[in-house]
Design a binder for this molecule. Sequence first.
Ligand SMILES: Nc1ncnc2c1ncn2[C@@H]1O[C@H](COP(=O)(O)OP(=O)(O)OP(=O)(O)O)[C@@H](O)[C@H]1O
Ligand SMILES: [Mg+2]
Length: 1107
Amino acid sequence: MAKMEVKTSLLDDMIGVGDMVLLEPLNEDSFINNLKKRFDHNEVYTYIGSVVISINPYRSLPIYTPEKVEEYRNRNFYELSPHIFALSDEAYRSLRDQDKDQCILITGESGAGKTEASKLVMSYVAAVCGKGAEVNQVKEQLLQSNPVLEAFGNAKTVRNDNSSRFGKYMDIEFDFKGDPLGGVISNYLLEKSRVVKQPRGERNFHIFYQILSGASEEFLCKLKLERDFSRYNYLGLDSARVNGVDDASNFRTVRNAMQIVGFMDHETQSVFEVVAAVLKLGNIEFKPESRANGLDESKIKDKNELKEICELTGIDQSVLERAFSFRTVEAKQEKVSTTLNVAQAYYARDALAKNLYSRLFSWLVTRINESIKAQTKVRKKVMGVLDIYGFEIFEDNSFEQFIINYCNEKLQQIFIELTLKEEQEEYIREGIEWTHIEYFNNAIICDLIENNQTGILAMLDEECLRPGTVTDETFLEKLNQVCATHQHFESRMSKCSRFLNDTSLPHSCFRIQHYAGKVMYQVEGFVDKNNDLLYRDLSQAMWKANHSLIKALFPEGNPAKINLKRPPTAGSQFKASVATLMKNLQTKNPNYIRCIKPNDKKAAHIFNEALVCHQIRYLGLLENVRVRRAGYAFRQPYEPCLERYKMLCKQTWPHWRGPARAGVEVLFNELGIPEEEFSFGRSKIFIRNPRTLFKLEDLRKQRLEDLATLIEKIYRGWKCRTRFLLMKKCQVVIASWYRRYSQQKKYQKIKSSAITVQSYIRGWKARKLLRELKHLKRCNEAATVIAAYWHGTQARRELKRLKEEARRKHAVAVIWAFWLGLKVRREYRKFFRANAGRKIYEFTLQRLMQKYFLEMKNKMPSLSPIDKNWPARPYLFLDSTHKELKRIFHLWRCKKYRDQFTDQQKLIYEEKLEASELFKDKKALYPASVGQPFQGAYLEISENPKYKKLKDAVDEKIIIAEVVNKINRANGKAASRIFLLTKNNVLLADQKSGTIKSEVPLGDVTKVSMSSQNDGFFAVHLKEGSEAASKGDFLLSSDHLIEMATKLYRTTLSQTKQKLNIEISDEFLVQFKQDKVCVKFIQGSQKNGNIPTCKRKNNRLLEVAVP
Ligand SMILES: Nc1ncnc2c1ncn2[C@@H]1O[C@H](COP(=O)(O)OP(=O)(O)OP(=O)(O)O)[C@@H](O)[C@H]1O
Ligand SMILES: [Mg+2]
């Protein structure tokens, strides 16, 4: 939303009057009272037209904030309450927009706030002008030049803790857009006498105290300085510390500022070296030494300080020492060297210190100018800010005060000229008749001082240049002669008898009636100070220094550029520079800030009326107001005037459509303001008397109140009406809602009643209909039942008829069939026999049998005797036949199978059969033997030559030849034997040699015993009493036990025709010689694999462990 522009005026919320032009009545008292009233309300600024009066508040007020800057930015001068920002803004805008160079002249006495005001102006301009990195750097450098110059050029005085001891004029340069480009600073007459001597209660320049308080130990050591102020003669001790001033931190600020402004490190270093040298110069002391010619010559007391100064500045010590003792005067190729006495030596020392310091200060200004000068050559717009020392009246006023006051005199002069000129110009511009105004013109005082022939400065110069003895007294005499008749010059010795008896005026003084008051000057020192004499020996010594800065400060010391002409005097230099300044200022549009000091105590809230009155008088402020008011007290452009007062006239309120001037004319005529009270300019209305303005203001106030009442009335009316309308609207809404609601209720009631009635009627109707329907249905059902009964009767009747008919037809067919059968039987009886049935039966049977056998043929199982397959039985009556056939078939195929065998195979199978009969299901070893063929002769007795002897001994056919183990009766261990079975005998022979060990005829073998288990042990029991039995029974073990036992059985049977007894038992007795030993088979461990082990347990028991 666009910010609403509120038009305000200086006249709003005024405390006293903001512009003294409007003061009524106008006299000194009302003027001071108005200032006091405003001062008490923290309004430190008051206008006299466009001049700003500023009263030093001596405390920080919250009126310089960035918000305030914004408030005053781009506002008309009279739009807001008086402020230094308003003046700055006006100046800056007319510079930027109207291309008019500006100057801001800040005047007032010491401590009135000129320097602060100049800084406020600069900071305001910096805040509102262009932005950007480059522009900001320029601004920063311009602003930071202040602390540097203040440190070197300001000092504490009794009037001001930060008194500027030099005059400063700064041109700030801008480009066409109003962006700052750079600046140029001019300095005026530094009060250098302060370097060597300060009045009581005052200090030397700040920088000396700042270095000693703020520099590091290391830096001080480099500068050969000590921190203690009391070590230095040049530092006044009684007020070395200033309340509220932190020298150490200020030193840091200064160094920082120097860096920002662009001082190189070596430059800063050189500057401080010079400052240190000045300080140390004060410590050089002299003593008198008598010479042969009777004259006193000065000598340096302690050369230590001198040595250090020379080390610091690179000056040859002997050269400097000589310069303090001798003075060379050159005149027309002649050089005369005279000795200096102690007083002259001290004079020379102080002159050197003052010169060093003041030249250093001028160098600093030049150096700063180098940094801040504008880089472009384009045309610049300039705003000059002049902050020059104020008018000074001390107890003892000397040359410096004379110069300072002369400068102020000139400024007052230019103020008068320019103010009047401007006033006059405005009248001409506006086409208003100019009336002459009486005012005090101080041109006469300026003339007294600066007149080229008879002026005081010219007298002084003349006196200084005059050959012969020149003293301050001769100068005063001269003044008395020349100026005696001048109205503003007063002296006891003048011929004018007016002051002959004025005891307040000592003989060594003269008094000038300045515009700001009478000032009495001590004539002592005028000549010296005007000469500003530095012995050439000293300047030459300085030029010889091995220190680039010091060398540069004393160019006249260069012997090559020796100039016998006297340098211009201080007075003439100053006069010239003031003249240049004035010329410069005259080309610019002036803006005035007139600073006033409210009290002498540097204290806030104290308003010393006498002091202020004095300042007002000498500043000529009252005259200023009078001049301003001489013709017309108040002027204002037509637009704002009409805007402000248009409510006072019906034609112009609320809108005036025509030009503003016509509007104002109508307005003034309507108000009946006498014609002599105002005048119409081209763009402004001029009001002669403030009373008229205040009348207007009163009327406006009254009218505003009326308008406020009117507005209030209208507003109230509007409010009530709106409220009423709103209530009415609400009422209508509520009523309509209520009506709707009640109608709704009613409707719902009717609706529900209608529904009830309706439902009754519907119910009644429905029931009626139901009844009808039920009746109808019953009728229908009855009809159906009747019809069904009738149909049923009909159907049954028909059925009965049909049944009757069918019975008859069937009976006919049966009778017919019987009859036919009878007929056929009768015909074919002769073709049938009585046993035909049997035949058919048999035929059928045969046919079935035939089929059975034919099918059987196709389903025959294989010829393998072990094949268990047999076709299923087809007919039950063939069950037994089928089984029989199966048996016959099996027998037949077994026979077939047997018929294939050779005799030998037959024998083998017989043996196998025998074995089966003997051992099947009795001996566990048997199943394993079934698959093994019975070979009999395992040992090739006949082929192996080893057994030739054995072969020869046995001539019968060998049935078994096999190696067996014979169990030793004593320990149960086994020994290998060859077991031979022949047709008649059993033989045991040695396995290795083949020697027969035992031979038993088969008739002597009674029994063979063995276990039921899976072992090959067997015992061959012999007939008791037989030859072979003398050694006892054999206990043997063989891998082919089943075969051996079977063959032994068969052979015995065929030879003896007796069956051999084979006993299968796990415990049997064996005859060993006389003893019977029991052989017992137990289930043993598998430690030895599958081999049974035999162990003799005791005499009667042999245990065989079978795995
Ligand atoms: N606007 C202000 N607000 C607050 N304090 C101020 C203001 N103006 C001046 N002062 C105070 O008054 C003191 C003196 O002001 P300033 O140094 O500007 O005086 P001056 O007129 O320059 O004096 P001189 O002629 O001795 O240089 C300042 O140090 C400051 O403390
Ligand atoms: Mg100052």
